[in-house]
Design a protein around this ligand. Structure first.
Ligand code: NAP
Length: 246
C-alpha cells in the first residue's frame, strides 16, 4: 500500500498502457482519476479498478483542449482535494510517409501528444507547487530517439515530450516537483495490434530481447518514478524497450 492516501491521474487511462498504469497504482493503494476522451470507457475502467478498495473517478478529457483540461482538473480536486501524480499518457498515431502526410494529421498528433502534455502539466504543476510536492511522468516513445518511417508527426511529438520534460523538471525541482519520462519500445496494445503483420515481424527482429514488451513492463517503470525511491530523480528518461534502443 505504498501509495495509500495519494491521488494519481492518468490521461488516456481507460485502456492500453494507461489502464495498466492505473491498475498497478490501484493495487498499491492509490486513489485514481481515469481521464479519457470517452467517459463511458473511462467509467468502466474506474469501476473495475475500484474493486481494489480504492476511490476512483472517471473524467471526460480531451487533452488537446485547454477549457476541458481545466475543467477535468477542477473535477479531480473537487473529488479528492489534491493531486500527487500525473501520468501524461494519452496519445494517438496518424501515420504516413512525409510526402503523403496531411497537415491535419500532423496537427492532430502534435495537439494531442505534445500540446496535451503542456496543458495538463500546467494544471498539475499549479496544484503541486502549492502542495510543495508532486510527480509528473510523461509517456514518450523509442521513436523519439530512433525515428521511424511513416511517423514524422508521432516521433516529433514524442521527441518534444523529452524537451518539455527536462524543462519543467528544471523549472520546478526546487518546489518539490519531479518530472520524468518513460520511453516504451514496441508494446503489445491496440495501437500496435493495428500494424500489418510483416511490420510487426520486422520490428521483432530489431529487439534484442526477442519479444514485444507488455503494458505491465511500462507500468512498472512509471510506478517506480512515482515512488519515494525515485525522489531525487528528475528530468530523466527510462527506456523500456528490450534493448531495441540503447
Ligand atoms: P491506446 O491503447 O490507443 O490508448 C490510448 C488512450 O488514450 C485511449 O483510451 C484513447 O481513447 C485515449 N485518447 C486518445 N485521444 C485522447 C485525447 N485527445 N484525450 C484524452 N485521451 C485520449 O494506446 P497505448 O498503446 O496504450 O499508448 C499509450 C501511450 O503510450 C501513448 O502516448 C503512446 O504514444 C505511448 N506508446 C505506446 C507504445 C506501444 O507500443 N503501444 C509504444 C511507445 C509509446 P480512444 O481509444 O477512445 O481514442
Amino acid at each position: 500500500m505504498e501509495f495509500k492516501g495519494q491521488v494519481v491521474m492518468v490521461t488516456g487511462g481507460a485502456r492500453g498502457i494507461g489502464k495498466a498504469i492505473a491498475e498497478q497504482f490501484a493495487k498499491k493503494g492509490a486513489d485514481l482519476a481515469i481521464a479519457d476522451i470517452s467517459l463511458d470507457v473511462a467509467g468502466e475502467t474506474a469501476r473495475e479498478l475500484a474493486s481494489n478498495g480504492v476511490k476512483t473517478l472517471a473524467v471526460q478529457l480531451d487533452v488537446s483542449k485547454s477549457d476541458g483540461v481545466a475543467r477535468a482538473f477542477e473535477d479531480v480536486i473537487k473529488e479528492f482535494g489534491r493531486l500527487d501524480v500525473l501520468i501524461n499518457n494519452a496519445g494517438i498515431t496518424k501515420d504516413g510517409l512525409l510526402l503523403r502526410m496531411k497537415e491535419e494529421d500532423w496537427d492532430a498528433v502534435i495537439n494531442i501528444n505534445l500540446k496535451g502534455v503542456f496543458l495538463c502539466s500546467k494544471e498539475a504543476v499549479r496544484l503541486m507547487v502549492k502542495q510543495k510536492t508532486g510527480r509528473i511522468i510523461n509517456i514518450s516513445s523509442v521513436v523519439a530517439f530512433m525515428g521511424n518511417p511513416g511517423q514524422a508527426n508521432y516521433s516529433a511529438s514524442k521527441a518534444g515530450i523529452i524537451g518539455i520534460t527536462k524543462t519543467i523538471a528544471r523549472e520546478y525541482a526546487s518546489r518539490g516537483v519531479t518530472v520524468n519520462a518513460v520511453a516504451p519500445g514496441f508494446i503489445a496494445t491496440a495501437m500496435t495490434d493495428a500494424l500489418a503483420e510483416n511490420v510487426r515481424q520486422e520490428m521483432l527482429k530489431s529487439i534484442p530481447a526477442g519479444k514485444f514488451g507488455s503494458v505491465d513492463d511500462v507500468a512498472a517503470a512509471v510506478v517506480f518514478l512515482a515512488s519515494p525511491a525515485a525522489g531525487y530523480i528528475t528530468g530523466q528518461v527510462i527506456h523500456v524497450n528490450g534493448g531495441m534502443y540503447m
